[in-house]
Every structure is written in structure tokens, then in C-alpha cells.
Ligand binder design. Sequence first.
Ligand code: NI
Length: 160
Amino acid sequence: MALRTIIQRGEEREDWLRKRSRPVDKVDDRIKTIMDDMVETMREAKGAGLAAPQVGILRRMFVAEPEPGKLYYFINPEIISSEGARDSEEGCLSVPGYGGVVERPERITIKGLDREGKEQEYTFEGFYASVMCHEYDHLDGILYTDKAKAVQELDSDEEE
Ligand code: NI
């Protein structure tokens, strides 16, 4: 596995964060390697999720780890239902040093392929649902800062 460089807002490549990613045609070894690298990169950066466009790959896939050891892979995800609303405190590895509150669904059902290319479907609530929605948005070029009620600069001692 290898670490990938996370594209950040304000960089030359930031427009990659704004593109709509294309579906993955086939879950092959190359896709698996990218996903494994994304997991390593997410963990190194202490993030709860990471989407492929954030590492410069415009394909519809993301990894998420809302709690240590609870690791999910989503390829060609589709949110098939959502209900309720809650305020979600979020940050993004592509927007370091900032945080904000976004209204997200309380509960979602999401389906897609896993790392092995098998169909999976989950219902998530609360923080888990917010993480999945945040990563899903990246696949459509949407950042949480687009939806946030307010975005604040974090104290420098919180940034590490
Ligand atoms: Ni993000």
C-alpha cells in the first residue's frame, strides 16, 4: 500500500474536487489497490472518510471509517433512501483547518459494491449517515462547505 496525496482547496488541482466522478466499470486489482491506498491515506490523515476524487481519481468510490475498525468500502454507491434531519459537525481532509455544521439526514440506506465487487446495502444513522453523505457528495464535486450553515477556522492547536 502507498500513501496518496490529498488534494486540498486552494491548490492548483483544486478543481478536481469540483468534478463529477464517473462510475467504476470493473472492480479489478487496480481499483482494489487504489482503495487500499485510500484507506492508508485516510488513516494517516486521521479522517473518517476519503473519496477517490480527493486523491485525484475521478471515479465513484470512497472509503469510510466512522469508528476505528469499522471500515467500509463503497464503489458506485447510491443513496436509495434518506429520512429525518440532524445537525452534523464536519471537517474535510481537503479543507484543513476548518469546521462547520451541515444539515444531514438522520438515517440513510445506501447500496453499492464492496472491495470485492459484491453488492452491499446498509442503513446508517447519525454520525455514520453523515460520513457516508459527506463522502458521497465528493463524488458529485460537492464540498461540505457548500452546504454548511457556517464554516469556522479551527484554533491552531486543534488542527493537528
Ligand atoms: Ni471531505
